[in-house]
Write a protein that binds this ligand. Sequence first.
Ligand SMILES: Nc1ncnc2c1ncn2[C@@H]1O[C@H](COP(=O)(O)OP(=O)(O)OP(=O)(O)O)[C@@H](O)[C@H]1O
Ligand SMILES: [Mg+2]
Length: 343
Amino acid sequence: MTPDSGSLVSLDGIHKTFFTRHFFYRENDDARRRIYVKKEVHAAQDINIDIAPGKIFGLLGPNGAGKTTTVKMISGLVKPDKGAVWVEGINVEKSRKEILKRIGVVLEGTRTTIWPLTPMENLRYYGNLKNVRGSVLKKRAHELLDFIGLSEKKDVQVRHMSRGQKQKLAICIALIADPKVILLDEPTTGLDVQSSRAIKDKIIEMTREHGKAVLVTTHDMHVAQELCDTIGIIDQGKLVTCKPMNELIEVFSESVFEFRVDEAPLLDPLRAIPGVVQAEVENGNQSNTKLLVLHLTPKEEFRSEALYNVVTHLRDCGIQLHSINQRQQNLESVFLQLTTSSI
Ligand SMILES: Nc1ncnc2c1ncn2[C@@H]1O[C@H](COP(=O)(O)OP(=O)(O)OP(=O)(O)O)[C@@H](O)[C@H]1O
Ligand SMILES: [Mg+2]
């Protein structure tokens, strides 16, 4: 298979399973035996992702879902069991060294910075590894340290810097060779508000003005909602959804309804109505009313029937209905619905 011609990053049917050994001690009559159980962890199950130039792809998912593994597979640091990864049209498995020179990657919790060196020396070292030298390297290093707010620390040994400052330097290292493909695994975790803002602005500028392709993983839904063009949600190695941000939120907003009622109905009979996925009562801000929130089936053809049956049910129970509204969803609520339900 060849990659999608317009994409800078292409993952084509990627699978990755890790095998882990869980040890137990078991006493018996004559000896203390150590036994182990082998377990499979599916970190990627048929993952397909394409990132075009000028686009930001957000990979979201609960802890252990497979986000970092996916980033490592794109970088050539973990080999997929099946499928192929392409970066700038190059097969990653076949040209790992070349790929590492071409991409900029920040891996969550990984120590990329060299602690006995200063930030400036780190940037010089990594710049040289990636064939950036001389005045270009010097200018870029100063600009990066300046944008991220590390200029004051440029000649201080990294080991004397704070955790957030080291994270900022890791981001500068990822950008030193001005890569076309940038992979950021939880880039803003642990950073102060100003630095987080500066990084988000930089990501937007790099994609919109310079046509980079960016993949970002984050647990911060506000960061994802603000930055990303497309959202992929991964759960237990499976991509449960992969859609443009607006479409994703729209689809979910279409199926959540708020019924303002004069008293709270029993929820079980409502949940039994075909097409009703979830039912909750929230206290309305008007003290004499309650807000009944129903998640209906995303299947449009069954939704109007479900709505009609809900209204009939409320009327049969003698409950007065003041209004019905579609609730505008945000990324956090969509994420929770997709990762806690059995979809
Ligand atoms: N080298 C490895 N050996 C065995 N299992 C591994 C290895 N690397 C990752 N895993 C397992 O693969 C699964 C996915 O891990 P991964 O680090 O990709 O998750 P994640 O989505 O980045 O999670 P988090 O949000 O916590 O960073 C986890 O269950 C993890 O325990
Ligand atoms: Mg991770």
